[in-house]
Design a protein around this ligand. Structure first.
Ligand SMILES: [Fe+2]
Ligand SMILES: [Fe+2]
Length: 325
């Protein structure tokens, strides 16, 4: 375990200072004292987020070579590269808490740390790329915009830039779907089929219902989470229904309807057993995703070794020059 339990034994007043920082809505910075559990929770949250960005490159990356035009290929390449960038910012943010990136990668590959369950579903047609942009990046935006106000400074700041890029991802997906919906009946069917497959897994991205969510209360108190899973899920549904109508697709839920009294859409029961199954490793693509990640990591070993050798050489030269001076 590379994450220290606490940074230093709290001297008089540091704990009160931490509490005040949270209470006043100020940011906790890497140099500040923080409770060991806050640090561990933050590392877990950031690592899980970083892993999701990196694994999330796979389902869409698989379509880069098969994009139907140069324009679509360029957009998709840019999007997938953005996700790699998000992963890198986030691993860096985790390192400010004392985590070690190589260790986090080992934990991902060995299954000890999770990533978003959504990336364990296959992308079977090019319409999936559009639907992922619209629904999956759309859900990610709902989840991540409030995190720009996370109490942990480096995470909050990384999230500002990430959210800007996520809104490009959402728009490119929606724009592609609008194009396809103006196309042939077969293209429209392809979009509807993708929506049918991705709708429910997208709702699961917000995590288990509040009643079963183990981390929510403490995370809300520490302001590393600003809204509950169910609140965010509701926001996503309310935002998406008019977009589906504008596109001309049907969301696959017979119970989905506007509730005048609540001022929100009601929607059907989510199959929580499916979420549990996919999280615990038994989704359609879990094994494949980890295998691809493991192979990529092993293939990159020579790059890491070369970079380390170069850094050692630089340090050695700088040391010798220092002695000569
Ligand atoms: Fe991302
Ligand atoms: Fe994205």
């Amino acid at each position: 375990m590379t994450v220290p339990d606490t940074q230093a034994p709290p001297a008089d007043g540091v704990e009160a200072h931490f509490e005040r920082t949270i209470e006043r809505d100020q940011r906790v910075e890497p140099r500040d004292w923080m409770p060991g559990r806050y640090r561990t929770t933050m590392v877990r949250q950031i690592a899980q987020h970083a892993h999701s960005e990196i694994i999330g490159m796979q389902p869409e990356g698989a379509w880069i070579t098969r994009a139907p035009s140069l324009r679509r290929k360029a957009i998709l390449l840019a999007k997938v590269q953005d996700e790699a960038g998000h992963g890198l910012y986030l691993y860096s943010a985790a390192e400010t808490l004392g985590a070690d990136r190589a260790d986090l990668t080992r934990r991902l590959i060995s299954g000890r740390q999770k990533y978003s369950s959504i990336f364990n579903y296959p992308t079977t047609t090019f319409a999936d790329v559009g639907v992922i942009g619209w629904l999956v990046d759309g859900a990610a935006i709902c989840n991540q915009v409030p995190l720009c106000r996370s109490s942990y400074g480096p995470y909050a700041r990384a999230m500002v830039r990430i959210c800007k890029e996520e809104s490009f991802h959402q728009r490119q997906g929606y724009e592609m779907l609008m194009c396809l919906m103006r196309g042939t009946p077969a293209q429209r069917e392809m979009v509807q089929d993708a929506v049918d497959r991705w709708w429910w897994p997208s709702l699961m991205m917000f995590g288990p219902p509040d009643a079963d969510s183990t981390h929510t209360a403490q995370s809300m108190a520490w302001k590393i989470k600003r809204h509950t899973n169910d609140e965010l899920r509701q926001r996503f549904v309310d935002m998406t229904v008019p977009q589906a109508r504008a596109l001309g697709v049907t969301l696959p839920d017979p119970d989905l309807r506007w509730n005048e009294e609540r001022g929100h859409h009601d929607f059907g029961e989510i199959d929580w057993s499916e979420l549990k199954r996919v999280i615990s490793g038994d989704g359609p693509c879990n094994a494949e995703r980890i295998e691809v990640r493991r192979a990529a990591h092993e293939d990159g070993a020579w790059v890491r070794e070369a970079a380390a050798a170069h850094a050692a050489k630089q340090a050695d030269t700088a040391g010798r020059e220092g002695m000569e001076a």
